[in-house]
Design a protein around this ligand. Sequence first.
Ligand SMILES: C[S@@+](CC[C@H](N)C(=O)[O-])C[C@H]1O[C@@H](n2cnc3c(N)ncnc32)[C@H](O)[C@@H]1O
Length: 267
Amino acid sequence: MNASQKLLAWKCFIRFPLFLLACWVLTFPLFADEPASPSQKQSQQDSKNTLYTYQRDHDPNGIGKFYRGREIARVMGYQGAPWLERKAREQEERLSLLPRALKLKPGMAIADIGAGSGVISVILADHVSPGGNVYAVDVQQEMLELLNKKLEKQGVKNIHPVLGTQKSPGLKPASIDLVIMVDVYHEFEFPFEMMQEISKALKPKGRVVLVEYRKEDPAVPIKLVHKMSEAQAKKEVARPELNLKWKETIGVLPRQHILVFEKTEAK
Ligand SMILES: C[S@@+](CC[C@H](N)C(=O)[O-])C[C@H]1O[C@@H](n2cnc3c(N)ncnc32)[C@H](O)[C@@H]1O
């Protein structure tokens, strides 16, 4: 190679990377992501999150978020506590039948998730005494304050209020014999995440009980998104990832299903 050929090769060696850099700078705007608008951000998140979908047109009592084809209901605010505490409730719903239907025994650890003002916790607490406890979980501090007042007034010692989050009841792993949710599950904003945490909190062979207004029965006087069909509840709860299997549906209540699921061995 003579001197002029060497100089030419050297120039090419220097210029080629510069040429590539120039190409990249000029074409970059064609390939780069534009900053997403808030609505684009939402739909990008949704397309990554295959668990939930969203719809603008939806039931006014729902939140426009859907899980396995069901719209999630709005959470009942603490202002609704007088409705939970109404005198006619026992006559209408017969919830005092729950301890017998669920074969509660002294010494059991129960979690009443979505306890609200504590109507259900109080019904259950006596039936796990002596030695048993009820953990009354709710996401609304105001509900837990109403519950605390009731516990003080009635001198109940084995109900323990717990402030949970939308994604977790904050219970210790493998600590609970039975989780009960009366008129609650359909309000979970993150039902899959909640059920994952609930499953972890159960002891082996522990039970999860959903007490839900029967959607199959149009005579049950409750707003549609606050009802659940048996088939839908099974579709959501008996998913293999949750290690829960349907055990039985108890039909003793006039308005609600009692759906019982049991914890299986983790796969
Ligand atoms: C309709 S009330 C039922 C209260 C009670 N179970 C009863 O039957 O009297 C539903 C309750 O579930 C609570 N809730 C909703 N989502 C929750 C969650 N992710 N974790 C715990 N509580 C929740 C609400 O704050 C509300 O107090």
